[in-house]
Design a protein around this ligand. Structure first.
Ligand code: IMP
Ligand code: MG
Length: 193
């Protein structure tokens, strides 16, 4: 048995090729499931932008895209109360809606969004999440399409940020020590840019 490596600042790493493969798979799955239809993919700004941009190009259907921007109230953004900063640009009534999220953590944000969207009477409503930090879940979320299950680590890259930065890193990397990221970001992030 090998000893686990000593804990460093970096935890999990999902490299661009692994992300691309999963996104391609999910796109193919959506293409099959929605054959003959024109699903509306709703991206939650800003974290889901990279994922959504790659996902729509992996779907071989006449998809449509819209965006919502939200902000969370409360400590750490986990009060479950969400304010809509930018709403959808059109009605979703009778649409086949797929809500596209970067990551589901406690599940509070997506639960609020699902209730808001369901009230607008889409024909169908499903969740597509790139990352699932399921150990942190407070409220159960029906995730129809999922990229990766991840452990309880703060992740950055491929759209995910820490204080607005690092969205443009091509890999997804888990940061075990957020202090060292704040103190010396270049040293930690440089190998992955
Ligand atoms: P939830 O309401 O706890 O599920 O929070 C979901 C939101 O919190 C996500 O859409 C992200 O914006 C943010 N978030 C949760 N975990 C992380 C992380 O590890 N890195 C970056 N953002 C995160
Ligand atoms: Mg988000």
């Amino acid at each position: 048995m090998q000893e686990a490596a000593p804990p460093g600042p970096i935890g999990l790493v999902l490299e661009p090729e692994a992300i691309r493969e999963r996104v391609t798979d999910i796109g193919a799955q959506i293409t099959r499931d929605y054959a003959g239809r024109s699903p509306l993919l709703i991206g939650v700004l800003k974290g889901s932008v990279m994922f959504l941009a790659d996902l729509v190009r992996a779907i071989d259907l006449p998809v449509r895209v819209d965006f919502m921007a939200i902000s969370s109230y409360g400590e750490g953004g986990h009060s479950g109360v969400v304010r809509i900063l930018k709403d959808l640009s059109a009605s979703i009534e009778s649409d086949d809606v797929i809500l596209v999220e970067d990551i589901i953590d406690t599940g509070l944000t997506v639960t609020y969004l699902l209730a808001t969207l369901r009230a607008r009477q889409p024909r169908s409503l499903e969740v597509c999440a790139l990352l699932d930090k399921s150990v942190r879940r407070i409220i159960e979320v029906p995730i129809r399409y999922k990229g990766f299950d991840i452990p309880d680590e703060f992740v950055i890259g491929y759209g995910l940020d820490h204080q607005g930065r690092y969205r443009n890193i091509r890999s997804i990397i888990g940061i075990r020590d957020l202090d060292s990221l704040t103190e010396n970001p270049e040293a930690i992030v440089a190998p992955y840019v």
